[in-house]
Ligand binder design. Structure first.
Ligand SMILES: NC(=O)c1ccc[n+]([C@@H]2O[C@H](COP(=O)([O-])OP(=O)(O)OC[C@H]3O[C@@H](n4cnc5c(N)ncnc54)[C@H](OP(=O)(O)O)[C@@H]3O)[C@@H](O)[C@H]2O)c1
Length: 416
């Protein structure tokens, strides 16, 4: 008999419960044993009185932890009390499957070690890119293969907003409200639109690709709420698509990266990821380019990840956290940028930036000739939050295979 506990019963864990109960005979045949959901911990029992099997619900942690479990699925969210509960369960050798990216990004190192010490496991497939099985793919395939660079669309809310702005909606607030009504965005969208959610997921992917847990300070992060449809129009002129990209690489000393609006080569598979979907693009010397895409969140896709994660963890041998072979990135490619500034700042901007600009590829005026977009290559990597000229928006340009594809060099100013 396999006894299951659920911490939380919201979008994700109600999906896990339905997934388990709807396919019980099949799951039992895979595992070769009977399965029961023993207890479900929530905050307020009254809210769950209408649920089937309402006797399973408890809002008393003491009651929940008085039961014995063979696995616990955690989808409460937040750092506490999830951290204390999982620490307690792992110490008792109870396997954990979690969807809680904030918890794993901030405490994954200690929790993995605790699980290893207690000969159990913590699975966190569902923390990154909802239904895309990227974590366990990396866990199974990274003994010899090294990854040089991760680029991803890791947040469904921001990708949905971007898709709508790309289609011509100009008002960020209206699009955000629409995303909230459709259930893609939280009531408080800060974590999504300021890039914290994508940062947590990027930290977790770095653990798998580069073998250690990076700190938030190792990444530059800029939000996306200032974007307007005119930015997309300027990108189209250069055959580039604006996306909210999380990327990371190992520079030979440290893991580095960014979460920011980027212009992506229209040929990149990331350019075609629309609405609430996610995409993960990995580059490596032997691996070449690997791309996976799919639903970034949602009840069923995320529940699928949780259940598959449990089966994967049970069936794999050994719990030692994997340490992949580290590979320094062969070239730092982000030397191409699209700079955006107001027409009335032109002279000042040209003057301030001439020290760092290697070449100007093309310049266009857009937004009723009020703004300038300038495609440039630069001498060295510059920080996104560049202070050289606060009047300039800096957008990195990502090309397929990192190759700068020169546009027909036309430095004449054109009007879009
Ligand atoms: N939604 C998605 O598509 C998705 C996808 C991937 C990952 N995730 C992650 O999965 C986690 C859960 O997300 P969700 O969307 O399922 O959240 P949700 O719908 O808000 O559900 C949270 C559940 O946890 C319970 N809970 C919260 N705090 C608790 C506490 N202190 N003690 C006991 N129960 C508590 C809530 O109970 P009450 O109702 O009684 O408050 C509720 O049942 C988050 O970390 C999220 O980032 C979500």
């Amino acid at each position: 008999m396999l006894k299951i506990g659920l911490l939380g019963f919201g979008t994700v864990n109600s999906g896990v419960y339905e997934g388990i109960t709807d396919t019980l005979p099949y799951l039992e045949s895979i595992l070769g044993t009977r399965i029961t959901v023993e207890k479900i911990l929530i905050r307020d029992k009254k809210r769950y009185l209408g649920e089937k099997n309402s006797e399973l619900f408890t809002d008393s942690p003491d009651d929940f932890f008085s039961y014995e479990f063979d696995v616990v699925f955690e989808a409460m969210g937040g750092e506490q009390p999830a951290l204390d509960y999982i620490t307690f369960l792992l110490s008792k050798k109870v396997p954990i499957v979690t969807a809680n990216k904030e918890l794993v990004a901030k405490h994954g190192s200690n929790l993995e070690n605790l699980a290893y010490k207690n000969e159990t496991f913590i699975g966190y497939e569902a923390t990154v890119a909802g239904g895309i099985p990227i974590i366990n793919t990396l866990k199974s395939q990274l003994q010899w293969t090294s990854v040089e660079k991760i680029s991803g669309i890791l947040n469904g809310t921001t990708n949905y907003i971007i898709t709508r702005l790309q289609a011509g909606s100009d008002d960020f607030e209206t699009v955000l409200k629409e995303a909230q009504q459709l259930g893609f965005a939280e009531a408080d969208p800060t974590s999504d639109i300021e890039g914290f959610d994508a940062l947590y997921k990027l930290q977790i992917l770095c653990r798998l690709c580069f073998g250690s847990w990076p700190k938030p300070e190792q990444f530059q992060r800029s939000g996306m709420s200032h974007l307007k449809s005119c930015h997309f129009k300027a990108g189209e002129y250069f055959n580039l698509k604006l996306k909210y990209i999380a990327e990371a690489y190992y520079d030979g000393t440290d893991i580095k990266g960014s979460i920011s609006p980027c212009f992506v080569d229209a040929k990149s598979p990331l350019a075609s990821i629309e609405n609430e979907n996610n995409g993960v693009y990995l580059q490596g010397d032997w691996l070449g380019n690997f791309f996976a895409s799919g639903p970034g969140a949602g009840k069923r896709p995320t529940a699928t990840s949780m259940i598959e994660d449990f089966l994967h963890q049970l069936q794999k041998s050994g719990n030692q956290p994997r340490v992949p072979k580290l590979k320094k990135i062969s070239k730092l490619e982000c030397k191409e940028f699209l700079l955006v500034f107001d027409t009335n700042n032109e002279t000042e901007v040209y003057h301030t930036l001439k020290e760092i600009i290697h070449s100007v590829e093309e310049v266009v005026q857009f937004d009723n000739n009020q703004k300038v977009a300038m495609l440039v290559t630069i001498n060295e990597l510059i920080p996104l939050n560049n202070t050289a000229n606060e009047k300039v928006e800096f957008y990195p340009v990502l090309r397929v295979n990192g190759k700068v594809q020169k546009t027909k060099a036309n430095k004449q100013l054109k009007a879009l």
